[in-house]
Design a protein around this ligand. Structure first.
Ligand SMILES: NC(=O)c1ccc[n+]([C@@H]2O[C@H](COP(=O)([O-])OP(=O)(O)OC[C@H]3O[C@@H](n4cnc5c(N)ncnc54)[C@H](OP(=O)(O)O)[C@@H]3O)[C@@H](O)[C@H]2O)c1
Length: 251
């Protein structure tokens, strides 16, 4: 059982995410105690080795099914058997999906909402009692700029992220006086496994760059963090485009 002490205690759901792993590497350099939850045992082993070599005080890996609310709840319970204090909880698991395929396959569509919405909300709800009892801690939820406005090319993924953005916003307000902070993380396009099939362009960011900004955002208890920061302004433009123009765009 890990007691509260000066080494930060960080739990990451979907730790094999390119962005989340880059965040974990920064915390390893801060001598953090890291609890990694992901579905792939081999990836967990590789990450554990890497993070220990960077200075993590402790790394524990938990194989977790984060593709359903039930699996996510079970994973959270497993985590809570190992810790009684958490400084930072990150929920990074997510699935992009292909809009054409999702439109033609209701099961695939349900699965995307299970991974992107049901499981993250189940984790958050299950971890809340511990955070509330501590009266401190940051819960960082990976949403996306795609949740700010449904675009023709990826509106099903966008709808799932819009749900998470609304959940995180409401939870942040609800916990405003509790000492627990909720951070909504809205990445733009980041070069991870999720976007490996897409061409790299000038707007594509590296996970390490994004991770530095995320850790700073956690330190400063920012509410909503666009990563990289210029996406805030891109999304101001996109969300303010009049519908009669927006609906003609195919991006
Ligand atoms: N990359 C971007 O451009 C971008 C932009 C906006 C928002 N985001 C969001 O940022 C978060 C991190 O994404 P990333 O870019 O770092 O992507 P990534 O490297 O592809 O990581 C995605 C994570 O989700 C897990 N995952 C994927 N499908 C799953 C499933 N069916 N069941 C359980 N876990 C599953 C992956 O596990 P495995 O490693 O085992 O596959 C991995 O841990 C995600 O929530 C994503 O939606 C990403």
């Amino acid at each position: 059982m890990v007691e509260a002490d000066k080494d930060p205690v960080i739990a990451i759901f979907g730790a094999s995410s390119g962005m989340a792993f880059a965040v974990a590497q920064i915390y390893a350099q801060r001598r953090a105690r890291l609890f990694l939850l992901a579905r792939d045992k081999q990836k967990l082993n590789d990450m554990e080795r890497d993070l220990k070599s960077r200075g993590a005080t402790e790394v524990q890996s938990l194989v977790a099914d984060l593709s359903s609310a039930g699996g996510a709840r079970a994973a959270t319970e497993l985590l809570m058997q190992r810790v009684n204090h958490l400084d930072v909880v990150l929920i990074a698991s997510g699935l992009l999906g292909d809009t054409e395929g999702l439109l033609n396959n209701s099961q695939a569509c349900e699965y995307l909402f299970d991974v992107n919405v049901q499981a993250p909300i189940a984790i958050s709800n299950a971890i809340l009692p511990l955070l509330l009892q501590q009266k401190t801690g940051v819960l960082g939820i990976f949403s996306s700029v795609a949740g700010d406005r449904g675009r023709a090319s990826n509106f099903i993924y966008g709808a799932s992220k819009a749900a998470l953005t609304a959940y995180a916003s409401g939870l942040r307000a609800r916990l405003a006086t509790s000492g627990v902070h909720v951070l909504t993380i809205k990445p733009g396009i980041v070069a991870t496994a999720m976007t490996a099939h897409l061409p790299r362009g000038p707007l594509t960011a590296e996970p390490r760059t994004v991770a530095k900004r995320i850790v700073k955002g956690i330190d400063r208890r920012v509410d909503t963090l666009y990563v990289p920061g210029f996406w805030r302004w891109v999304m101001v433009v996109i969300t303010h485009l009049p519908e009669f123009i927006f609906k003609r765009l195919r991006f």
